[in-house]
Design a protein around this ligand. Sequence first.
Ligand SMILES: NC(=O)N[C@@H](CC(=O)O)C(=O)O
Ligand SMILES: [Zn+2]
Ligand SMILES: [Zn+2]
Length: 424
Amino acid sequence: MTDYLIKGASVLGGEPRDVLLREGLIADGSSSGAEVVDADGLVMLPGLVDLHTHLREPGREDAETVETGTRAAAMGGFTAVHAMANTEPVADTAGVVEQVWRLGTEAGYCDVQPVGAVTVGLAGERLAELGAMADSAARVRVFSDDGKCVSDPVLMRRALEYVKAFDGVVAQHAQEPRLTEDAQMNEGELSGRLGLRGWPAVAEESIIARDCLLAAHVGSRLHVCHVSTAGSVEIVRWAKSKGWPVTAEVCPHHLLLTDELAASYDPIFKVNPPLRSATDVEALRAGLADGTIDVVATDHAPHPHEDKDCEWQAAAFGMLGLETALSIVQTTMVDAGLLDWAGVAERMSTTPARIGRLAGQGRPLEVGEPANVVLYDPSVSRVVDASELASLSRNTPYAGMELPGRVVATFLRGRPTVLDGKLC
Ligand SMILES: NC(=O)N[C@@H](CC(=O)O)C(=O)O
Ligand SMILES: [Zn+2]
Ligand SMILES: [Zn+2]
C-alpha cells in the first residue's frame, strides 16, 4: 500500500502542515518512500459523511447504482454515505440491507451504510424487521421511510421504542400527507399565480412538532430529514432547549435556491420538500450556523431524464447533490462568514457519523486515526457541467452555474479514491 505525504495542507482551515497517511492511518515518523501530494492552498477536512443519499440500487439502476453513486460521493469528498431505503425492493429486510452493504464494499469508493425502512414496503402499516436489520452484517442504526412520512403516530411511537434497544434513530421525512395531496411546490403567493398546488410549511412543521414530543415521551432518538422552513428551525430549537434527543439536517439546495425558480416551470427545480422562500433560506443558514440544525445532508436523488424532462406536474421530485454539496456550503456558509472550516467538518463529517453511529468515520485528524480525508481547493471556481458528473443521472439544478471550490483528493482509509480531481 502506497503511503502519502500531504504537504502544506491547511487542516480545518488552520496553519499549513504536513500530514502522513500510512497503512490506512494518519501517522507520524519517517515519510521516506511516501508519495508527495502538494496541498499548498488546500483545506484538509475529515472525509465527508452523508446521512441522506439515494443510490437507487436495487431496482432503479437506470437512475443510479451503488457503484456510480459512490463514485459521485468520492468526487464530492465523501468517505461514507447512508443509502436510503426507498429502493425496489424496499430495504426493509436483513437480506436487502446486506445486499446494498455488500455492493458498497465491492465498489470500494466509500463506505455504504444502508438505512433500513421503518415500515414494510414503506406502506406505513406495520413495522419492518428493525431488529433483524440492526443485527445483520449491515449493522443498521438509521431507520427511515424517506420519500414517505411515517404519519401514523402510533407506528412512529412504536418505531422510536423499538430502535432504543440498539441505540438506533428514526429519520423522519416530515410531510403530513393530507395537507400535501398532489402538492407541487411551496405554498404561497407564487404557487397561486403559477397554478401549482401548494405544499404548506405547516405540513412539515406539524409532523416535526409531533415527533419531537414523541421522542421526548419515549426517550429515543429522532432525526429530522431535510428541514426546509423557518418554522421547522424554531421547533427544533425549542425541542433542543428542552434537552430532547432530536437532531436535524438541511440540504444544500435549501440553503441556496428559492421557490422563485419554479416560475420557470423547469422540473429540475422540483424537489421534496420544495424550495421555499428567501426568509426560509435565511433561517436555515442561521440555524445551521448556531447548531440548531446539526448537519448538512445531500438528499442526492438521481432520476433518469425521462422522469425529469417532462411537464412539471408529471416530473419526479428530487435533485442530485453529492458532487456539489461542499461548493454550496462554501458559498452559502463559509464565504458568507457564517461558518469556518472546522464548523463545516463538524456538520458534514463528525456529527453525521455520530448520528449514524458509524465507527471509523468523522474522526479527528490526529495520529492513529483512520486516514479518511478530503483535500479541497476553495480558491478556484468552476461552471457546473451536468455531462461531466460521475453520477449516472444528470438532474443537477446547478448546471451552468459558477460555483466556488473543487475537491482535489479524497482518501478512504489511506487509499485515494480521487486524486488531482479525478477518480482513481
Ligand atoms: N427528495 C426528493 O425530492 N426525492 C427523494 C425522496 C425524498 O427524499 O423524500 C427521492 O427518492 O427521489
Ligand atoms: Zn424525504
Ligand atoms: Zn431523500
